[in-house]
Design a binder for this molecule. Sequence first.
Ligand SMILES: Nc1ncnc2c1ncn2[C@@H]1O[C@H](COP(=O)(O)OP(=O)(O)OP(=O)(O)O)[C@@H](O)[C@H]1O
Ligand SMILES: [Mg+2]
Length: 341
Amino acid sequence: MSTTIELTGGGAPASAGPAEGGEIRCADLVRIFATDGVEVQALQGLTLTVEPGEIVAVVGASGSGKSTLLTILSGLDTPTGGSAVVAGTDLLTMGHAERVRYQRSTVGFVWQQTSRNLLPYLTATENVRLPLELAGALPRRERARRVEALLELLEVGHVAGRRPGEMSGGEQQRTAIAVAAANNPRVLLADEPTGELDEATSVEVLEALRGVNRETGVTTLIVTHDPTVSEHVARTVQIRDGRTSTETLRRTEVDEHGAERHVAEEFAVVDRVGRLQLPQDFVHALDLRDRVRLALEPDHVGVWPAAPGQTAEPHPPVEPHTPVEPHSPVEPVETPTEEDR
Ligand SMILES: Nc1ncnc2c1ncn2[C@@H]1O[C@H](COP(=O)(O)OP(=O)(O)OP(=O)(O)O)[C@@H](O)[C@H]1O
Ligand SMILES: [Mg+2]
């Protein structure tokens, strides 16, 4: 599969620019954990903007900072630095009362462990009703109607009277999504919601999240190891070493014969001060290390390995050169259509 890397800018993805607008706005987010005198920089200046109503997947290797990001966005943890604003709430400065309100009604959360999402001694109906009761929302009869509608939306109406132990893993996760969506949150966060499920059940749960996003317009962020998640969402953000490194945008194009095809394009993310991560295969292909030479061309930036002997010089001279073709012209990547799958 060929990969297309394009610097963000102009008609680029929403997260590329400064943190203006957006339901989720993180800029230069830093989270440092200090345990036994050892510092771990879990987030190293992460920048991400998610627009209202968008559904975005966050992928990345184990330890790249995905859960750290979601735990901060859920209001369970506070970042060390940077800024994070969700649905107008500043997560760095909110007080205790505001934090409780934020967790009860602004965000909904689905965890990987099915057992963590639902109370084992309550039925599906009682589990979904609980957050409505805690928030004191809706009169009793309307509550019952809302619970029923949510269970129907998530296609788990048939397990309404069952406890989690009497449901399959997929039914438990879909009920968990109903619980997370109960109070009409503005943002729905899911950390590896399919981590304990087989492939077919994972697809059902991802489709359920997409269905809730479509029906209610709730801004949705799904964290996963699973790279195939990007087939279910229009935008996938890749985290590497605590920073957003690339984004994959999908769209459907109709060709001159009226046939539909899905196109995926990968973009590198540039933060507010112009930093970007070069993809590892580019770095390895040209053995880029320590320092590189850059040149500004009318429509692109060139990156060259420093010539041997130049690596020790503090300021390698920038020599005039002839413009070159971009390394990777934009090449749509064909992906399977719904019918192909
Ligand atoms: N409470 C903590 N104390 C110390 N270090 C932590 C803590 N939580 C996370 N870390 C470290 O921060 C880094 C990022 O962890 P995080 O859990 O966010 O990764 P992840 O991308 O969710 O990984 P996985 O895919 O395995 O769930 C890791 O190096 C981890 O060891
Ligand atoms: Mg994690």
